[in-house]
Write a new protein. Structure first.
Length: 570
C-alpha cells in the first residue's frame, strides 16, 4: 500500500513538473527574474582561458547561460577550460591534441595578445597559419608591474619618484644590494620572475627589459634584441633572480607565508606580476607588509586578455555566432564593471574606484604602454631566453624504495630523463637516490659533458628498501647550502611516493633543521608527491619551510609533465 502511494505521488510530481516546463516554454521567464536553466543538448562553446581569470569567466559563463541565450533558435551553453597561456599556445602551434591537451577550444583567451603574436611566429609557413582571426577584441586589462614590499619601494622613492628597470639593474649589479640606498639589513637584491615560455608576466618582463635596454618605447626590432649591450643589460637583471616559476601564484603564496612569519622582507625584494595579482594580495587584511606597485618608468606591457574566436575546422558558423553573443555579454557595461570591481582595468584601461594607493596601486596606471614587438623581434626575444636566463645548480633526490617498483619506477625514470633534457649544458646537476639509505648517483657538475651518463644512471635505478625521506631531504639542503654559488639558482628537487619510514621520524625537527640550513643560503626545496600514497602534507610543509613549491603527481602517468613544471623554476 505504501509503495502504491509513493508511486502515485511520483507520477503527480512528474506531471506537475512537465506542466511547469511547458508553461515556461510558452510564457518565458518573468521580467527581472533569474530564469531557470533548462536542459540544453547542443555542444557547449569551449573557451580555453588563462589561469588567473578562468574562475571569474566560469562564473560569468554560468550567469550568461542562465539568461537562456540562443542562436538561430538553438540554446547556447559555455564551458570554460583553464590552461596556462604558454601551454595553450604550444598546443595550438603544433596542432591541438584533444587526448593530451584537453577539449579543442572554440575560443582562446590567453592573458595577452603577445601570445597570439608568438603563435603567429610558430605557425609561419604552416598549413594551419589561418587559425588566427583578424579581430582580437579585449575583455579587460592588467599592466605588468614590479611588486615590492612597500618599505623597499619607498626607499627608492615610491610613489613620487619614477622607478624602472634601470633601478633594478643598479641594485642587481651591486653586491652591496640594498646597502646602496641605506638599508644593509635587507641584504642583496632578490628578484622573483616567472618562466617566459609559459607565463605572461615572465614574458612581458623579458620583453620590457629589452625595451628598457634599448631606450625604445615602440618598434623594437630583432636587430635591437641582438645588440650586445641589450643582451648584457637583460643578463644582469636576470642575475638577481632567486628562482623562476610557471606561475606567479607560487611567489605570492610564499610571500604570504613569509609575511605571516614576520619575514616578508627577507623573501623577495621584487616580483614581476600583473597589477591585479598585487591588488588581490594587498586586499588581505592580515598583511603585515603590503606590496607597492611599481610601473616601470621605461614603459610596460599590458595583459589585455583577448577573445580569440579560432578559425579552426571544428569551429562552425553556429559556434562563431555563439561566441559573438558571449563576447557581447562580457563587453556589456555590467560585466565591465564586474571586472573593475575584481581589480582589473576594463577593456579601455580604466580602473575601478578601489584601484588606489591605499591598496598599493596608482589609479593612473603606467605612463607608457609598450606594444608587443613584431613577430620577428618576438622570435628573437624568445630565442634569447636560453642565453640570458640565470643558470641553475640543482640536486635531484629520487625515492627508490620498494613501493616504487614496477610501473612506478619506469614512469619516474622516463619523467626524470625528460626533465634532464630541459637543463642547459652549463647548468649544474647532481642526482641522489634514497631508500633505507641515501646514495649519490652522480655528483653535482655541468650537465653538458655528462648528459648521456646522467641519463644512463637514471635508467639503471632499482627500487628496494624503506623510505629515508626526512634525513635525505635535510642532507641535500645542507649540502647545497654549504656550497652556494650566488650566480646560480640553487635548489633541491625531492620526489617520493610514500611516507618517511627510516631515520629521523620527527617532521617538526626536520622543518626546524631545514629553516636553519636554508635561511641564509636561500636554497629552495621543491617537492613532488608521486602516486596516491605520498605524504602530501609533509611535502607541502617541506616546500613551505624553504620557500619552494610542492607539486602533485598523484597520477603516475603525469610525472613527465610535473617534472617539466618543476624545472621551469630553474
Amino acid at each position: 500500500m505504501e509503495n502504491q502511494r509513493s508511486s502515485k505521488s511520483t507520477r503527480v510530481i512528474l506531471i506537475v513538473g512537465a506542466l511547469l516546463v511547458a508553461a515556461y516554454a510558452i510564457v518565458g521567464p518573468k521580467a527581472g527574474s533569474n530564469p531557470i536553466a533548462l536542459p540544453c543538448t547542443t555542444p557547449p562553446l569551449i573557451v580555453t582561458a588563462s589561469n588567473e581569470k578562468s574562475a571569474l569567466l566560469s562564473d560569468l559563463a554560468a550567469d550568461f547561460v542562465r539568461t537562456r541565450p540562443e542562436v538561430d533558435g538553438t540554446c547556447i551553453t559555455v564551458k570554460v577550460v583553464r590552461k596556462a597561456s604558454g601551454e595553450a599556445e604550444e598546443a595550438l602551434a603544433r596542432g591541438w591534441n584533444a587526448q593530451t591537451d584537453g577539449p579543442q577550444p572554440d575560443v582562446w583567451s590567453p592573458a595577452a595578445k603577445t601570445w597570439v603574436e608568438i603563435l603567429r611566429v610558430h605557425r609561419v609557413g604552416s598549413d594551419r597559419s589561418d587559425l588566427i582571426p583578424a579581430s582580437l577584441p579585449s575583455l579587460m586589462q592588467s599592466p605588468l608591474i614590479i611588486a615590492m614590499p612597500r618599505p623597499m619601494a619607498e626607499a627608492l622613492g615610491w610613489p613620487d619618484r619614477p622607478i624602472g628597470w634601470h633601478d633594478v639593474l643598479g641594485l642587481a649589479r651591486d653586491d652591496r644590494g640594498w646597502a646602496t640606498v641605506g638599508h644593509p639589513e635587507w641584504g642583496r637584491f632578490r628578484l622573483g620572475k616567472t618562466n617566459p615560455t609559459v607565463s605572461t608576466s615572465g614574458l612581458h618582463a623579458l620583453i620590457g627589459s629589452y625595451y628598457a635596454a634599448t631606450g625604445l618605447t615602440s618598434d623594437l626590432t630583432a636587430a635591437d634584441v641582438r645588440r650586445s649591450d641589450a643582451v648584457q643589460f637583460v643578463k644582469d637583471i636576470e642575475s638577481s633572480v632567486e628562482h623562476y616559476g610557471n606561475t606567479a601564484a607560487t611567489f605570492m603564496s610564499n610571500l604570504a607565508l613569509a609575511d605571516e612569519q614576520g619575514a616578508a622582507m627577507a623573501y623577495m625584494s621584487a616580483i614581476a606580476v600583473e597589477e591585479k595579482q598585487l591588488w588581490d594580495y594587498n586586499r588581505n587584511a592580515r598583511r603585515q607588509v603590503p606590496l607597492a606597485a611599481i610601473y616601470p618608468s621605461e614603459g610596460t606591457l599590458v595583459a589585455d586578455h583577448p577573445f580569440v574566436v579560432l578559425r579552426a575546422p571544428w569551429v562552425d558558423d553556429a559556434k562563431r555566432r555563439a561566441a559573438a553573443t558571449f563576447l557581447a555579454y562580457l563587453q556589456a557595461p555590467e560585466r565591465q564593471a564586474r571586472f573593475r570591481a575584481e581589480g582589473y582595468r576594463d577593456d579601455e584601461g580604466r580602473g575601478g574606484t578601489e584601484l588606489t594607493a591605499t591598496w598599493g596601486t596608482l589609479p593612473a596606471g603606467p605612463s607608457i604602454i609598450l606594444p608587443a614587438p613584431s613577430p620577428e623581434a618576438l622570435a628573437e626575444v624568445e630565442g634569447s631566453w636560453t642565453d640570458v636566463r640565470k643558470r641553475a645548480r640543482v640536486l635531484m633526490v629520487l625515492d627508490v624504495s620498494g613501493s616504487m617498483s614496477g610501473t612506478k619506477i619506469d614512469l619516474m625514470r622516463r619523467g626524470a630523463a625528460a626533465g634532464l633534457r630541459l637543463f642547459l649544458d652549463d647548468d649544474e646537476l647532481g642526482i641522489w637516490a634514497f631508500s633505507s639509505q641515501r646514495t649519490e648517483i652522480a655528483p653535482i657538475g655541468a650537465v653538458g659533458p655528462r648528459r648521456d651518463a646522467l641519463d644512463g644512471s637514471i635508467g639503471r635505478l632499482i627500487a628496494t628498501g624503506g623510505t629515508r625521506l626526512y634525513d635525505s631531504t635535510y642532507e641535500a639542503a645542507r649540502e647545497l647550502s654549504a656550497h652556494v654559488d650566488p650566480h646560480r639558482i640553487t635548489a633541491v628537487v625531492v620526489l617520493t611516493d610514500g611516507v618517511n619510514t627510516d631515520g629521523n621520524g620527527d617532521i617538526e625537527r626536520l622543518i626546524r633543521d631545514l629553516r636553519t640550513a636554508t635561511d641564509e643560503s636561500h636554497v629552495r626545496v621543491f617537492t613532488i608527491a608521486y602516486g596516491s600514497d605520498a605524504d602530501k602534507k609533509a611535502l607541502q610543509r617541506i616546500a613551505d619551510a624553504t620557500r619552494g613549491a610542492a607539486y602533485d603527481a598523484s597520477d603516475p602517468a603525469s610525472i613527465e609533465t610535473v617534472f617539466k613544471e618543476v624545472i621551469s623554476n630553474f
